[in-house]
Design a protein around this ligand. Structure first.
Ligand SMILES: [Zn+2]
Length: 414
């Protein structure tokens, strides 16, 4: 198919309502695969599938846009397979919008890193050890071939904790990479007849001055939307909110704001209050498979004995397929025997719930009752304790192990 003429205009984003007391807003942006009403939660389809769900089930959960991970799709099934199918939408039969990440985050966290220079990253696949190269230009080309509606600029995500000097250097590199991403993106033509948009990513770790500098720098590049990256990497919750409080008001108001990798229900509601429009997180899908279900009154851990003879639905106000048909006791039983149907039913409910968090917030904004919505949410939802210290220790252990593995890979090659 002949590529359409590249639209030099930006993504069409309209705001319909703004809350009186917070930065929350209800909006809508339009892609060639349809509109997305914001605020919105985006289910994560790492390998081109939201684990265990079909596109029909996603639509039944009111999903409007899903994610795909560039690193994973590039390695498996590989670009030629997706290009041969006519792009990711045709390949996985999801005809609504798709957002892809840049691949950078996974290269740093999953692969065995080889040479890392300003020019490019050489890495070995975590699957078979094969050698690959990723750069801002290559990331743009991969995402162009995947055919996502929204592409993300190539950046470096700092981990937590991160000292100022390291954050400073990383931000300079990120700005160079994002500039190259934008330049290369502007050169590419969409391959499948629909437009693609590019979002920039604000970095700067936990440092207010770096975050401000990052927003100023990226605004000049005039991206279609702006993401806040480098959060939800183990920092205390209060610190995360502080950074969002600094960054969000500085972002161009007439562009979608995306908080990457966030988060728990309270983080999503907190993000909406702070002017964020888009969220993604593996929590609802991953936890569904671990037997943890979310409700407006908190989490349900299915393995707990209290649900053995609990014949009520997961959430009596939820109208998902799972809640309309099955009891907690039955879901607990399926979980205990390790049945795959249970994993699917749990995922159906959790995805439904996370999307409903954002659609209910939107509805409240549209009807000028967001303050009551917030009050009800915080009165009923027990906010989880902040386990950031334990999480940091665990993350450090994983990172050390990852670095040891990397050293073993490079020394075994000598
Ligand atoms: Zn449900």
């Amino acid at each position: 198919m002949e590529p359409i003429i590249k639209d030099s205009g930006k993504i069409k984003f309209s705001i319909y309502k703004k809350d009186r007391n917070t930065l929350a807003r209800a909006g809508q942006f339009i892609t060639d695969h349809g509109p997305v009403e914001t605020p919105i939660f985006m289910p994560v389809g790492t390998h081109g599938v939201v684990k265990t769900l079909t596109p029909a089930e996603l639509k039944a959960a009111s999903a409007q846009i899903i994610l795909g991970n560039t690193y994973h799709l590039y390695l498996r099934p590989g670009l030629e397979v997706i290009q041969g199918a006519g792009g990711l939408h045709r390949f996985n039969s999801w005809d609504k919008p798709i957002l892809t990440d840049s691949g950078g985050f996974q290269v740093f966290s999953l692969s065995h890193l080889g040479k890392v220079t300003e020019e490019a990253i050489i890495f070995n696949s975590h699957i078979d050890g094969s050698k690959h190269k990723l750069s801002p230009e290559i990331s743009m080309e991969i995402q162009n071939t995947l055919g996502s509606d929204i592409m993300m600029a190539f950046d470096e995500c700092t981990s937590y904790p991160c000292d100022y000097e390291t954050a400073r250097k990383s931000l300079d590199l990120t700005h160079k990479w994002e500039t190259r991403s934008k330049i290369h993106f502007d050169r590419l033509q969409p391959q499948y007849g629909h437009r693609q948009f590019l979002f920039g990513i604000v970095q700067g770790s936990i440092y207010a001055d770096l975050r401000q500098e990052s927003v100023d720098f990226l605004k000049q590049l005039d991206f279609d939307g702006y993401a806040i990256g480098g959060l939800a990497v183990g920092e205390p919750k209060a610190m995360k909110n502080e950074i969002i409080d600094i960054v969000s008001p500085l972002l161009p108001e007439n562009r979608p704001h995306y908080l990457m990798g966030v988060g728990k229900p309270e983080d999503i509601i907190g993000g909406i209050e702070r002017g964020i429009d888009m969220f993604d997180c593996v929590l609802p899908t991953r936890n569904a498979r671990n037997g943890t279900l979310y409700t407006w009154k908190g989490r349900i851990i299915l393995k707990n004995n209290q649900y053995r003879m609990d014949y009520s639905p997961v959430d009596e106000n939820c109208d998902c397929y799972t809640c309309r048909n099955f009891s907690r006791a039955y879901l607990r039983h399926l979980f205990k025997i390790g049945d795959m149907t249970g994993l699917r039913l749990n995922t159906i409910h959790n995805i439904h719930f996370f999307i409903e968090l954002t659609t209910k917030a939107r509805q409240a904004l549209m009807e000028d009752r967001f303050d009551t919505f917030l009050k009800n949410f915080y009165n009923n939802y027990p906010v989880e304790e902040d386990h950031w210290q334990e999480n940091t220790i665990r993350r450090e252990e994983r990172r050390t192990k990852h670095m040891e593995n990397n050293q073993n890979v490079s020394s075994s090659k000598k």
